[in-house]
Design a protein around this ligand. Structure first.
Ligand code: HEM
Length: 405
C-alpha cells in the first residue's frame, strides 16, 4: 500500500467492471492520470472546504431527519437503509448543492445500488456474462446509468451559467491542470459519480455498527452525550468542533476497528515482487485483510472487546503501522476520510440530541462480508424522543462490566 505502491494496481473488479459503468475517475484509474486527478480533487476535502460544506451537510441532515422522524414513529426500524439514505443525501448535496432535488437523489441512489449489485454478480459469476449481454440485462443496467448521468449532467450544465456554489461540484469545475485547462463536463460527471459511489454505503455502514455498539454500552453512550452537550450545547455541529470531541472520536475509531466497512482491500501485482520472504508473481491478486489486522491478538489487547480508550490521544505513535487502516493507507488512502468523520459526528450528534434508542431484543446481529461489511439481517432498533436526563443518578453499567463483542 505504501512501499512499491505503484506495483499494486486496483483489481479487475474496480478498473474493468466498475470502469465500464463509471468511466474514468479516482476509483478506476492509476498512474499519472490518477495522480493528477487526486491532486485536484483533494482540494475539495481540505479544512477550508469542509468548513464551507458543514452548513450544506447540516441542511441536508435536517431534511433527512424529518423523514426519519416519520418512519420511526411507526415502530422499530432497520437502521441500515435509513442511515444509508441519510448519508447518501448528504454526500449528494455536498457535491451538487443544497438544491439537489429529493427525487433526483433517490433515482441516482437507486441506480448506484442496482448497478453495484450487478457488478458483483458479473464478478462472482463471470460465466454468465455472455447471457447478461444476450438477455438485455447488461443493456438495462447501462440504460439506468445513462438516465442517472443525464440528470446529474443537467446540474453541471446549469452550474456553468450560474453563480459559483460552495460545494464539491464547484471545486471540480474550478480545478485547473498545469496548462490552465479545466475538467470537461464529462470528466466532472464521472468524478462526481465516483465520489457518490465511494461515499454511498461507507459512512452509513460505520454509523450503523456504531449505534449497535453504543446500544450495548450505556456508559459510553452517556459519555458521548455529555461530550456533545458540553461542546455543542444547543448549536449544530460544524467542522471546527471536531478536535474538541475527543472521546466521541475515540468511540468512532473503535467502532471502525471492530467493524471496518472496507473489511479487505484488493490489488493486483503488475510485476514480480517480494514482501518479506513471500514471492508475489506478476498478476497475483493480493488482499489486504483489514478486518484481520484490526482483530489480531498480536497487535491488540483483547481485540474483541469494545474499548474506545485504546485510541486515547497519542496512542497511534505506539501502534505498529498498518495495523489500523479503516481508511486504507499509502497514496490511495481514502480521500473522503475527514469528510466521513465529520459526517458521522454530525449525524450522531443530532440522533442523540433527538432520540433515545434501544436494540430490538431477540435478533441475531451478524456481519456479512460483501464488498462492504454489512449486517447480515440488518439492525433493528426502537427510537423514542429523548427525555431530559438526570445525570446525577448512576443508572448505568459501571466500567469493568462491559460486554465482550
Ligand atoms: C467511514 C467511511 C469511509 C470508509 C471506511 C472509507 C474507506 C476507504 C478505503 C479503505 C479506501 C481505499 C480503497 C483502496 O485502497 O482500494 C477508500 C478510498 C476512497 N474513498 Fe473512502 N471511505 C469512507 C468514506 C468516504 C466518503 C464519504 C467518500 C466521498 C465523499 C469517500 C471517497 C473515497 C474515494 C474517492 C476513494 C478512492 C481514492 C483514490 O483511489 O485515490 N470515502 N475509502
Amino acid at each position: 500500500m505504501k512501499t512499491n505502491a505503484e506495483n499494486y494496481q486496483k483489481s479487475e473488479i474496480q478498473v474493468k467492471r466498475m470502469g465500464h459503468f463509471l468511466g474514468k475517475g479516482l476509483l478506476t484509474t492509476h498512474g499519472e492520470a490518477w495522480r493528477t486527478q487526486r491532486r485536484l480533487i483533494q482540494k475539495g476535502f481540505d479544512r477550508k472546504q469542509l468548513d464551507a460544506l458543514s452548513s450544506i451537510m447540516q441542511e441536508s441532515l435536517t431534511e433527512s431527519l424529518r423523514d426519519f422522524d416519520r418512519q420511526i414513529s411507526a415502530g422499530p426500524v432497520d437502521i441500515y437503509p435509513h442511515l444509508m439514505k441519510m448519508t447518501f443525501a448528504m454526500v449528494a448535496r455536498s457535491l451538487f448543492g443544497a438544491k439537489l432535488k429529493d427525487e433526483d437523489i433517490d433515482l441516482v441512489s437507486h441506480t448506484i445500488c442496482t448497478v453495484q449489485e450487478f457488478i458483483v454478480r458479473q464478478t462472482l459469476q463471470p460465466y454468465l456474462n455472455p447471457w447478461f449481454a444476450a438477455s438485455g440485462e447488461l443493456r438495462k443496467h447501462e440504460e439506468m446509468r445513462v438516465r442517472a448521468d443525464s440528470i446529474l449532467m443537467a446540474y453541471i450544465k446549469q452550474r456553468r451559467n450560474q453563480e459559483p456554489g460552495h460545494d464539491l461540484l464547484q471545486t471540480l469545475m474550478d480545478a485547473r491542470y498545469s496548462d490552465g485547462d479545466g475538467m470537461s463536463d464529462e470528466l466532472v460527471l464521472s468524478e462526481s459519480m465516483q465520489l457518490l459511489v465511494a461515499g454511498h454505503e461507507t459512512s452509513s455502514n460505520g454509523l450503523s455498527w456504531l449505534l449497535y455498539l453504543l446500544s450495548s454500552r450505556p456508559d459510553c453512550l452517556e459519555r458521548v452525550r455529555q461530550e456533545f452537550d458540553s461542546v455543542l450545547g444547543e448549536a449544530p455541529l460544524s467542522h471546527g468542533d471536531l478536535p474538541k470531541l475527543e472521546f466521541t472520536t475515540q468511540v468512532i475509531q473503535e467502532g471502525l476497528r471492530l467493524y471496518p466497512p472496507f473489511w479487505m482491500i484488493d490489488r493486483m501485482a503488475v510485476a514480480d515482487d517480494q514482501v518479506g520472504d513471500i514471492d508475489i508473481p506478476r498478476g497475483s491478486t493480493v488482499i489486504v485483510y483489514v478486518y484481520g489486522a484490526h482483530h489480531a491478538p498480536a497487535h491488540w489487547q483483547s481485540p474483541e472487546t469494545f474499548d474506545p480508550e485504546r485510541f486515547i490521544k497519542g496512542s497511534d505513535k505506539l501502534r505498529t503501522p498498518f495495523t489500523y487502516l479503516p481508511f486504507g493507507g499509502g497514496p490511495r488512502v481514502c480521500i473522503g476520510n475527514h469528510y466521513a468523520m465529520l459526517q458521522i459526528l454530525m449525524i450522531l450528534s443530532e440522533l442523540l440530541r433527538k432520540y433515545d434508542f434501544q436494540l430490538t431484543p431477540g435478533q441475531t446481529i451478524e456481519a456479512r462480508p460483501m464488498v462492504i461489511l454489512r449486517p447480515k439481517q440488518g439492525i433493528r432498533m426502537t427510537f423514542s424522543k429523548a427525555i431530559a436526563r438526570d445525570l446525577s443518578s448512576p443508572k448505568y453499567h459501571p466500567v469493568g462490566n462491559w460486554p465482550e463483542f
